[in-house]
Design a protein around this ligand. Structure first.
Ligand SMILES: NC(=O)c1ccc[n+]([C@@H]2O[C@H](COP(=O)([O-])OP(=O)(O)OC[C@H]3O[C@@H](n4cnc5c(N)ncnc54)[C@H](O)[C@@H]3O)[C@@H](O)[C@H]2O)c1
Length: 342
């Protein structure tokens, strides 16, 4: 392992402040530069990232930043419909790693272009489906991998509250289901919340500005290893984020802070609660949870180690959400993957 720090840059300084904070707090990195089109967003970047003005160079043109700064790693935290160009341009400029905000992008053509570009250039890439690096989720995935509850049969997942939107926030829940299933999706069935029956088959990237522009939806997802996900994203419910992982020998119920485990010695028997040491939950400050994510990106670059949140899984997550739109628009019909490319 080299001891030279990796030079990082951030494109998009709203949510990008959490990336700047993480690079500045990870010993593997030097945060060299940031870029946003809007000067007022750059002002708030320094408040939110808790960094001193003058400690990094500021740009309004990311191509100029890529040309001048000799960056090793670039974060892309522009709006959902504007990830594709900065990711591909950064990769083509020769950076070694890219950390892209979720959802990967808004359509499969862009997703394919991003993956084709980074794989051709050998650029390492992670997508900020943040729970991928939260210790409690990692510990549960490891336990499932080790067969603690037998082969995973069902994943029942809930997201609630006013900002329950399939794409903007629901991407975290759909991706968490893919994270635990560890398989490719085969088909999806979906039914949106009332009022969104005619939403259509395209996500236009407007979510986040207004929850009325991005539907809540209930999905059934079949994976190619036989695991089935039941995903309930619903407004007019409490603000929760939780997953129930079920196998013949037990159940893990996991939230952002806590996990409860039930096990049975007899497959399909009556489970009893098991007390386990708890791994850490979601970080308290918004950038804390990204520190292990950027540290992992350094290891991906230096040691060729895998990502906990790879772009290919993020594309599966996007494909499931787009498949859900198609299902809804065909009276909740079963939609098979891969979806046709336009
Ligand atoms: N992981 C999470 O939990 C989480 C939380 C919030 C947002 N996000 C994601 O982060 C991304 C950004 O979200 P946001 O809320 O900060 O959006 P935002 O619209 O508030 O900010 C995006 C910023 O990108 C800038 N930008 C756009 N084009 C640019 C360009 N060509 N060069 C430089 N800057 C450019 C805009 O000026 C804007 O300030 C979205 O994809 C969103 O889904 C993720």
């Amino acid at each position: 392992m080299t001891t030279q720090k990796l030079r990082a840059g951030v494109i998009g300084c709203g949510q990008g402040a959490s990336h700047g904070y993480a690079y500045a707090h990870a010993p593997e990195f030097e945060l060299a530069a940031i870029c946003d089109l809007k000067s007022d967003v750059i002002d708030t970047f320094f408040e939110r990232s808790r960094l001193k003005r003058g400690s990094v160079r500021e740009y309004t043109d990311y191509q100029a930043m890529l040309e001048k700064e000799d960056l090793d790693v670039v974060s892309v935290a522009t709006p959902d419909d504007y990830h594709v160009n900065p990711v591909c341009d950064a990769s083509n400029s020769g950076v070694k790693g890219v950390f892209c905000e979720k959802p990967l992008t808004i359509n499969l053509k862009d997703a394919d272009r991003m993956i084709e570009t980074i794989e051709r250039n050998g650029t390492k890439m992670s997508v900020d489906h943040t729970r991928s690096w939260v210790p409690i989720y990692q510990a549960v995935r490891q336990a499932v991998r080790e067969g603690e509850i037998g082969e995973l049969t069902r994943i029942v997942a809930h997201m609630g509250g006013r900002r329950s939107m399939l794409f903007r926030n629901g991407t975290h829940l759909v991706d968490a289901v893919c994270y635990f299933a560890e398989a490719d999706p085969v088909w999806v069935i979906a039914a949106h919340e009332r009022g969104f029956e005619d939403y259509g088959i395209e996500y236009k990237g407007e979510g986040g500005t207004d929850p009325m522009l991005d539907p809540a939806s209930t999905l059934i997802i079949e994976f190619d290893n036989g695991t089935r996900g039941i995903v309930n994203i619903a407004k007019m419910t409490p603000a929760i984020f939780e997953l129930d992982l079920l196998g013949p020998n037990g159940r893990y119920w996991v939230t952002d802070k806590h996990c409860t485990v039930w096990k049975t010695d007899q497959p399909e028997g009556s489970p009893k609660e098991v007390i386990l040491p708890q791994a850490g939950g979601y970080g308290d400050y918004f950038g804390d949870t990204l520190i292990p994510a950027v540290q992992e990106l350094a290891m991906m670059i230096w040691n060729n180690s895998p990502s906990s949140s790879p772009a290919r899984r993020a594309r599966n997550t996007l494909e499931v959400m787009l498949g859900a739109l198609t299902s809804q628009s065909h009276d909740s019909a079963k939609v098979h993957f891969p979806l046709p490319r336009k």
